[in-house]
Design a protein around this ligand. Structure first.
Ligand code: 5AD
Length: 348
């Protein structure tokens, strides 16, 4: 039973030498093929706004970064992106933005959800990635048509969480956990994830992250390497970071381990991984990931949505990459994870 893997088994996955890592990748590739098949789902990504009330010490769109031009897409721009996803047969979209709890923003999202659902005959699945929100807001958006939500824990170590966030009420580990629990209660398909290679982070922390994701019984995961950004406080520790090569390999090991731990969840091959090395994203799909998010954000706004430096703004080779990884690109399906489907059936 995969679920019976212990902390030590996982730590061994993450600390293995090159030959052991090849074994790990072979095993996770087999798990992917056998549990969910060689398919990759598409989610059209819409980066709706980079206005953010948070001040996370690692993130390029933190509110204290005055060198970022702030934007919010108009309703018609967002709808145009959604229609593009619909017409390209992507099956689903992700609406992502900085954290904003204003009444105006809450209503904008609600309005967009209803409009997009109507214009696409209810066939386009919508994931939101809009940070921490109150139970009431999350419930409102769920009623308006959102079925999935991504909220990364960033790190499951409360101690490390404190080191990478300002020390105040707005950046609280408990609040993050409560928001994740609300998503579960509201029967969203639940997505979370972590950053890999943060300053002060240990491999032990990463092994605990994987256990945390399993115990939260998530349906979807997005995790990628930490990439330093000059205009953030954590940049100060850039000399203490592990090499990009280390972060890339560790991200692949994390994806492989998670696939073995949770064979039927959806796992994204993230853009952050691509920005280190496009071949690594392809490798991620081969050894476990089954979701990619082609960026639909209008080109004019893309350069302002810089969570980290060297964020790729062009991804034309994405479909070739999926096929080279041995997968079929899945058009016209919403791509709900098998994990969620069986979780819901069990509770009926
Ligand atoms: N490097 C990598 N990922 C980052 N994110 C934010 N800043 C960085 C960075 N410097 C990720 C966080 C967040 C997601 C939207 O982007 O994990 O949840």
């Amino acid at each position: 039973m995969n679920n019976k893997l212990t902390y030590n088994n996982i730590l061994n996955f993450l600390t293995g030498d090159q030959a052991e890592t090849e074994q790990l990748f072979m095993r996770s590739e087999n798990v992917k093929s056998e549990s969910i098949g060689r398919y990759t789902y598409l989610r059209g990504l819409i980066e709706l706004s980079n206005i953010c009330r948070k001040d996370c010490l690692y993130c390029g769109i933190r509110c204290s970064n005055k060198n970022t031009e702030r934007y919010t897409l108009t309703d018609s721009e967002v709808i145009e992106c959604a229609i593009k996803a619909y017409e390209s047969n992507y099956g689903s979209i992700v609406i992502q933005a900085g954290e904003n709890q204003s009444k105006e923003f809450i209503l904008k999202i609600e309005r967009l959800l209803k409009t997009i659902k109507k214009l696409t005959n209810n066939s386009l699945a919508i994931t939101l990635s809009l940070g921490e929100q109150t139970h009431e807001t999350l419930s409102r958006w769920r009623d308006a048509g959102a079925e999935r939500y991504l909220l990364r824990i960033e790190t499951s170590s409360e101690e490390l969480f404190r080191k990478i966030h300002p020390d105040n009420e707005l950046h609280s580990f408990d609040t993050r956990i409560k928001a994740i629990e609300s998503l579960r209660e509201l029967s969203y398909q639940l997505g979370s994830g972590v950053m890999i290679g943060l300053p002060f982070q240990t491999v032990q922390d990463l092994a605990h992250d994987l256990i945390w994701l399993r115990d939260m019984d998530i349906d979807m995961c997005g995790m990628g390497p930490y990439l330093e950004h000059k205009e953030t406080p954590l940049y100060e520790f850039k000399d203490k970071l592990k090499s990009l090569e280390w972060r890339k390999t560790m991200t692949l090991k994390m994806i492989a381990s998670l696939r073995i731990l949770m064979p039927t969840i959806n796992i994204a091959a993230t853009t952050a991984l691509q920005s280190i090395d496009p071949a690594a994203r392809e490798k991620a799909m081969r050894i476990g990931a089954n979701v990619v998010m082609p960026n639909l954000t209008p080109k004019s706004a893309r350069s302002s949505y810089k969570l980290y430096e060297n964020k790729p703004t062009d991804e034309t080779k994405l479909f070739d990459m999926i096929e080279n990884a041995g997968d079929k690109v899945c058009f016209g399906v919403s791509g709900t994870s098998k994990h969620y489907r069986s979780r819901i059936n069990k509770s009926k």
